[in-house]
Write a protein that binds this ligand. Structure first.
Ligand SMILES: NC(=O)c1ccc[n+]([C@@H]2O[C@H](COP(=O)([O-])OP(=O)(O)OC[C@H]3O[C@@H](n4cnc5c(N)ncnc54)[C@H](O)[C@@H]3O)[C@@H](O)[C@H]2O)c1
Length: 272
């Protein structure tokens, strides 16, 4: 990667080699800057997601340079996508359109996020977006899927085969659609993580439409205080995302149902 990109808890030696925090006790390096004191009157659940997915969804929306009247499309209605949808509206989007294939995630995006939702397995994503935006495409497109995307088109099959024989590291199925769908002069915001080398990225479309790309591991610290304020003001209650609360001993089960999207699992809170 040229340089070590960041220091992240629980994210391997590529990112500083810091152990994760899902334990009864955690050693916190640089604790004088790394911690945020939570004011009284807020529950753990209300502020827990300030540590990752709320800032991630928010930064994804901020990277879209949203102006009044903008239409934002979000690929992926996992936890990151859900917060990207809410943040896009907080930052002034007129409409948010969201894609996934998992019914309960689409339902949450519709009910809590007020997004217009589509199952990407049931529609032609590019055509649907043209139809919904008067032929222009969304002003901004957010990839909240990342390298483990699924898909039903030929390119998704191509990625699966190349990944299986170790000729490609990531499956950028959603990212290709994001780039091709964005309106001329639009913004592409990538919150989904990519790890290595990607094939068949439509750079011709990106260059010739004059797209602006913004992406990155989230600068969580930049957002901690401003987003805490939004929670305190009642602009958002992040607890909507919690579908399961489990004791720490059941963490393997929690990971299992999250990974395989069983039992309507969207987000698990572990209680040490
Ligand atoms: N940038 C950051 O700092 C940061 C922080 C946290 C998470 N992330 C990344 O964000 C991504 C999403 O995280 P999450 O916790 O929401 O994960 P998740 O796996 O729960 O959600 C991803 C969603 O995308 C859907 N999906 C798969 N293929 C799709 C496609 N082709 N089109 C539309 N939707 C599709 C899946 O059904 C799933 O609901 C991951 O890559 C994660 O690593 C990034």
């Amino acid at each position: 990667m040229g340089h070590s990109p960041a220091g992240l808890f629980g994210y391997s030696h590529l990112f500083g080699g810091y152990a994760g925090g899902q334990a009864e006790y955690a050693r916190v390096p640089f604790a004088d800057v790394g911690l945020l004191k939570i004011p009284d009157g807020l529950t753990d659940e209300q502020v827990l997601f300030l540590t990752d997915i709320f800032p991630t969804g928010y930064m994804a929306a901020e990277n879209c340079n949203i102006k009044p009247g903008d239409i934002v499309a979000v690929w992926g209605c996992g936890p990151v996508g859900q917060f990207a949808i809410k943040s896009a509206y907080m930052l002034g989007a007129e409409r948010v359109i969201a894609f996934d294939r998992i019914p309960e995630r689409l339902q949450m995006a519709k009910e809590y996020g007020k997004a217009e939702v589509l199952n990407y397995e049931e529609v032609n994503v590019g055509e649907a977006l043209k139809e919904m935006t008067g032929g222009r495409g969304p002003d901004a497109c957010i990839d909240a899927v990342g390298m483990e995307a699924h898909g039903t088109d030929f390119m998704a099959f191509y990625d699966q085969v190349k990944q299986a024989v170790r000729l490609e590291t990531d499956r950028p199925t959603a990212l290709r659609q994001v780039i091709v769908s964005a309106a001329k002069g639009g913004h592409v915001s990538i919150a989904g993580v990519y790890g290595g080398f990607l094939d068949k990225i439509p750079m011709g479309a990106a260059m010739n439409k004059g797209l602006t790309f913004k992406m990155g591991q989230t600068n969580v610290h930049k957002y901690l205080r401003p987003l805490l304020e939004r929670i305190q003001n009642g602009e958002i209650d992040p607890t909507f995302i919690i579908t399961h609360t489990l004791p720490l001993e059941q963490a393997p089960h929690g990971y299992e149902i999250f990974k395989h999207k069983k039992d309507n699992c969207i987000k698990v809170v572990l209680k040490p």
